[in-house]
Design a protein around this ligand. Structure first.
Ligand code: 1HN
Length: 346
């Protein structure tokens, strides 16, 4: 049975005021706003941030604002449906493009939100995470989980740019977002653990068996190896099988961070994929190639290094319009939805 609910206007003004004076509000006039029938209200817009348009502005930030004045030199991808002041790409995903110039350092800190870097361009950058030195090459994924010390360095010759994604909107909503500044970390020059302890899928250090699992054993996922895995998966599967790999914790097999999930997908030339509607929101970042997405009826063309916002429950199609494979990187909040027991596909 569906009633038409009472409005604020129907109530005596002095009554509404007397409630407000006691910091009270009637639920019924607002109930359909917070709990609409059958389908959630979404303010997030399908939207593409185009690297070709952004890059010069990012370089200008490099001229205008020295790193010491920025702490992190970032242009934030603000979803136009959610406003510039919120600093969010989707309800749960903060995303930004960060620039570091040759010789610069972004000093060590640790914070409650978890972050990742996904490298867009430049050589010679590296991030140190709890003492582990992680080289940054195009397409590399580097995790800086909640509470881990991290700092960025640049020993190369050209600007280094990467995509940052954080669960900041969630941690901020919890009123739990803060940072602690620290001293520079002593990084050893050993290869990162993607090259040693976790060199190959299916192999983990023997001593890790039967122990309390280390939270974040693998911090860097080199693109060279992820890309090859996608190419090999494509060649070993049927022409219609999805070529989509999730980044996981090699010791638990679970998503590598608690709130945000990461995956990489290959679209063959001409291929179109139509995933189910998912309750999670996401961003898609184009590593190689070009194509087009239909998101809730909005057509969005994309090219290398562009980033696209996808609202919750969106009807989505992605198509490779070029003659080479497309490689995309996805960030979504499905791990959070699953933990909360609210994840839906339909
Ligand atoms: C942060 O710590 C970094 O460490 C980048 O590079 C972007 C945005 C909001 C809060 C913390 C970084 C960030 C951030």
């Amino acid at each position: 049975m569906s009633y038409s609910l009472g409005t604020l206007e129907e109530l005596p003004k002095d009554y509404v005021q007397s409630l407000a004076d006691l910091s009270l509000a009637p639920l019924w006039p607002a109930l359909r706003t917070v709990l609409p029938h059958d389908f959630p209200t979404r303010s997030t817009k399908p939207f593409a941030w185009r690297y070709k348009q952004i890059r010069s502005h990012l370089m200008r930030a490099g001229e205008l604002t020295p790193i010491e004045k920025a702490e992190r030199r970032v242009l934030v991808l603000c979803n136009p449906g959610l406003g510039l002041d919120k600093l969010i790409a989707t309800p749960t995903i903060y995303a930004g493009l960060q620039l570091i110039l040759p010789g610069e350092t972004a000093e060590a800190h640790r914070h409650t939100p978890s972050a990742i870097r996904f490298v867009i361009e430049g050589d010679g950058g590296y991030t140190i995470v709890n003492g582990e030195k992680c080289p940054m090459e195009k397409g590399d994924l580097i995790l800086t989980p909640s509470g881990t010390w991290h700092e960025h360095w640049h020993a190369g010759k050209n600007p280094v740019v990467w995509l940052d994604a954080l669960d900041l909107p969630v941690i901020y909503a919890l009123e739990h977002s803060y940072v602690i500044e620290g001293k520079r970390q002593a990084a050893n020059n050993a290869p990162d653990r993607s090259q040693t302890a976790y060199r190959r899928a299916g192999l983990v250090p023997y001593g890790s068996l039967g122990k309390r699992r280390e939270d974040y054993p693998l911090i860097r996922f080199p693109w060279r190896e992820v890309r090859q895995s996608l190419v090999d998966l494509a060649s070993g599967s049927g022409a219609k099988d999805p070529v989509h790999l999730a980044y996981v914790n090699p010791e638990t097999g679970a998503e590598c961070l608690p709130i945000l999930g990461f995956s990489a997908q290959l679209l063959r030339p001409g291929e179109e994929v139509a995933p189910p509607r998912r309750s999670s929101s996401s961003i898609l970042h184009v590593i190689e190639g070009r194509g087009v997405s239909e998101i809730d009826g909005t057509t969005i063309e994309w090219d290398e290094s562009d980033t696209v916002a996808i609202p919750t429950h969106a009807q989505v199609r992605h198509r490779n319009t070029g003659d080479k494979p497309v490689f995309v990187f996805h960030v979504d909040d499905a791990p959070l939805h699953r933990k909360l027991g609210v994840y839906e596909e339909h």
